[in-house]
Design a binder for this molecule. Structure first.
Ligand code: PNS
Length: 163
């Protein structure tokens, strides 16, 4: 068997249980998994990069083969620099597919040897997104309703952020 190192890239603002579900699945089938947060200078995030790294490190502690990192620039260049053979992305519904296919094909054009692997999170998370979590928290929605959608550390930090 080959030694497969996968990168799971994203904004993770904040990490949700849907991301965690995918990390758990990825950690099972890849030898190593690097969860990599994009340092995006254009977007104004709710959580700083350091906060997102801290939360991800805490929630991925149960998996010894999972690492948390930060990247900037092209994903394919970062993947090559880390020696990764796979990019892992989640697809929740058909609506994700078009954007994901476009990215996967462009990444393949840039680096033909790098494979994109799609995995589906549990159906319970099919409607979940970081954007909706941020919106609910910022607009004063009940945090108790988010309790089964985000890890406890994220719920606590969301409460503190919007107080
Ligand atoms: O979870 P997100 O925010 O949808 O993740 C998007 C991400 C980080 C995977 C994508 O924006 C990305 O790879 N950005 C890095 C820049 C890059 O490589 N762009 C070309 C993509 S074909």
């Amino acid at each position: 068997m080959k030694n497969v190192l996968a990168i799971y890239p994203g904004s993770f603002d904040p990490v949700t249980n849907g991301h965690l579900d995918l990390i758990e699945r990825g950690a099972k089938i890849f030898d190593r998994l690097i969860v990599s947060i994009l340092r995006n200078l254009e977007k104004e995030p709710l959580f700083t990069l350091d906060e997102r790294v801290e939360m991800l490190r805490e929630v991925t502690r149960p998996w010894p083969n999972v690492e948390v990192d930060v990247f900037s620039g092209l994903l394919v260049d970062y993947a090559q620099a880390r020696g990764a053979n796979v990019i892992l992305r989640g697809i929740r519904a058909i609506s994700d597919y078009e954007y994901e296919l476009q990215m996967a094909m462009m990444n393949r054009k840039l680096k033909p040897d790098l494979e994109t692997v799609f995995m589906m999170p549990a159906v319970a998370f099919s409607y979940l997104s970081s954007r909706l979590v941020r919106e609910i928290a910022q607009l004063g929605g009940p945090m108790t309703d988010l309790a089964d959608l985000v890890p406890a550390v994220v719920e606590q930090r969301l409460r503190a952020k919007v107080l």
